[in-house]
Design a protein around this ligand. Sequence first.
Ligand code: TXA
Ligand code: MG
Length: 336
Amino acid sequence: MITARLSDNKQGIEQAAEILKSGGIVAIPTETVYGLAASAYNDNAISKVFTAKGRPQDNPLIVHIDGMEMLSDVAVDVSEEAKILASSFWPGPLTLVLKKSDKIADSVSRGLPTVAVRMPSNEVARSIITVSGLPLAAPSANISGSPSPTKASHVIDDLDGRIDGIVISGEASVGVESTVVTLATNPPRLLRPGFVTAEELKEFLPNLVIDKAVLSELSEGEKASSPGMKYKHYAPKTDIVLVEGESGAFAEFVNSQEDVAAIIFREDEEKMRVPTLCYGSKEDRKGQAQRVFSLLRDADNLGVSKVYVHAPEKRGIGLAVYNRLIRAAAFKVIKL
Ligand code: TXA
Ligand code: MG
């Protein structure tokens, strides 16, 4: 299959919409990461997405909408609470798990009675939804298990020849996938941390519970509230290990190892004696989120056998960065 390169202007948006309406699959930019879009009404298109990504069959997809009118095609029994969250955080990187409408293909939710839905703030993404007139199911546009794509080049590296088209646009501004909250449970539950933080959500959902899978590995046979959380994820080919500790201790530990590199904070830079990639200042949690996936891909080009990552703080957007890194490290953490 030849993957069409589409531009992010009016013509490219119309071409993407045409492909989607005829049951094809197209990678599109969003503010979080690039998504691999298909019509949420079309079972056959959805199955192409699973094949192209090599996605585990039980992992449901997020449906993207362009406005509140489309929400009623996707979800039913939308509560006041959900409407308040939508009006506060949409368009933007928050996904709500709600009761599914029958119009949405069963293959989107993989048999669950719920559907995950969000309204992206990226204008190109929203225009493609509007011009096609379709709610779009879209997981991240990477091969399952590899770091999520924040640049068009990452999508091409993973999916060229496996999808119908890619809309080439700029680098994702948020850099980590949306925050996922389920309102289908009582109390509501944070399933995946993101740019919209747990602290911000608690102002609206004081009884919000942070799902156990956010920071720890589920044991064999334990049921995941969000199927995506049980998989090893985001892993480059190089072995990744997360290291918690202050700058001096981190540098001393890493410098004493052979054949390694490190993903570090700006503040560590001067002390390091191994090859490094910097993901920003220790306090710049937005910057860390924006760069983390791209650096995990770059880590594979360093030619070392192990990469130590200086762990971010687990608050604010840092919780999202920590959540992605601990999966990239297959839960290997060293506490100094
Ligand atoms: O920012 C994002 O959310 C990106 C962009 C493209 O919008 N999309 C994305 O999709 O990250 P994906 O497929 O990589 O992650 C979807 C997550 C998975 O962890 C999945 O298990 C969860 O959402 N999910 C989807 N539907 C669900 C449902 N009905 N109940 C619980 N979790 C659900
Ligand atoms: Mg993904």
